[in-house]
Design a protein around this ligand. Structure first.
Ligand SMILES: Cc1cc2nc3c(=O)[nH]c(=O)nc-3n(C[C@H](O)[C@H](O)[C@H](O)COP(=O)(O)OP(=O)(O)OC[C@H]3O[C@@H](n4cnc5c(N)ncnc54)[C@H](O)[C@@H]3O)c2cc1C
Length: 238
């Protein structure tokens, strides 16, 4: 067996599902607690779940020693997310203990913009929380989805808007409503005008949207070292 594979297998640990909450018609939030030990890593990073249906990476909503929060969309494909969809509180799953990934909080002494689509909102929720806790002065949280029933964590974000210096912008691409319509990256010129080119821009989500947002930020003269992405654009996610 090659060393990398051995290391991967070794790093999966048993963990118990402590809570499950429905977030949208096809998305659920899971609080997972390691049976032994603690997670290593920080907000914005990802773990992986190993199931009979395969191994897939999942960003964390947050981490607190032995516990992490995950949010998964089930596609009805019998994949890992569908396996998790059949699980109940108290069931045991295999999870990677070391959190990895480059999408981590940069500085909290300058404005920050979070741009998410679909399940790409997951690491951004954790990063926003860390930014607020760190005393960040001004945040814009932008989230794009197809329809209103998929506006994940809308009420939580509205609560942040009430209590912290966070402005939220939602946009729907497939439904008319009272708010913005169209792809979320179309709202970027407004956001850049509000917080400036020197803010940190955290982008995560549907691959095409991440690429489009990066291109738009480039056109808007945001330096590339201020644009932070997870790299989901290389993976097949929706
Ligand atoms: C770094 C990273 C972090 C990630 N974090 C998250 C996360 O926080 N939450 C999350 O849900 N996912 C996340 N993903 C995606 C995740 O890893 C899996 O790709 C996803 O859960 C699908 O895997 P699966 O085994 O359930 O489905 P699979 O059996 O692989 O099939 C699902 C695939 O079908 C395609 N599909 C798209 N739309 C539909 C549809 N309407 N119906 C059916 N199939 C469709 C998608 O391309 C999807 O990959 C992340 C991916 C990466 C690379």
């Amino acid at each position: 067996m090659c060393p990398a594979l051995t290391e991967d297998i070794m790093s999966f640990r048993k963990a118990t599902i402590a809570a499950i909450t429905e977030i949208s018609p096809d998305c659920k939030q899971y609080i997972i607690e390691l049976n032994e030990g603690t997670f290593t890593g920080e907000a914005g990073q990802h773990t992986a779940l190993q199931t009979d249906s395969g191994v897939k990476p999942y960003s964390i909503l947050g981490v607190d020693e032995a516990r992490i929060g995950l949010m998964l969309r089930a596609y009805g494909t019998d994949g890992v997310a569908d396996y998790m969809d059949t699980q109940s509180v108290g069931d045991v799953v295999q999870v990677k203990q070391e959190l990895t990934g480059n999408l981590t909080l940069q500085q909290t002494d300058r404005p920050a913009v979070f741009v998410g689509t679909g399940t790409g909102i997951t690491p951004l929720i954790g990063l926003l929380q860390a930014y607020i806790t760190g005393g960040g002065p001004q945040a814009v949280f932008m989230f794009g989805e197809k329809t209103q029933d998929q506006l994940l964590y809308k009420s939580l974000l509205e609560q942040y808007e009430l209590t912290s210096s966070v402005e939220t912008r939602f946009s729907l691409s497939r439904e008319e409503w009272h708010g913005h319509t169209g792809y979320i990256q179309e709202q970027l010129p407004d956001a850049v005008e509000t917080v400036g080119q020197n803010a940190d821009y955290y982008v995560c989500g549907v691959p095409a949207a991440v690429v489009a947002a990066k291109d738009r930020l480039d056109e808007l003269a945001v330096p590339s070292d201020r644009v932070h992405t997870e790299g989901w654009e290389d993976a097949q996610v929706a």
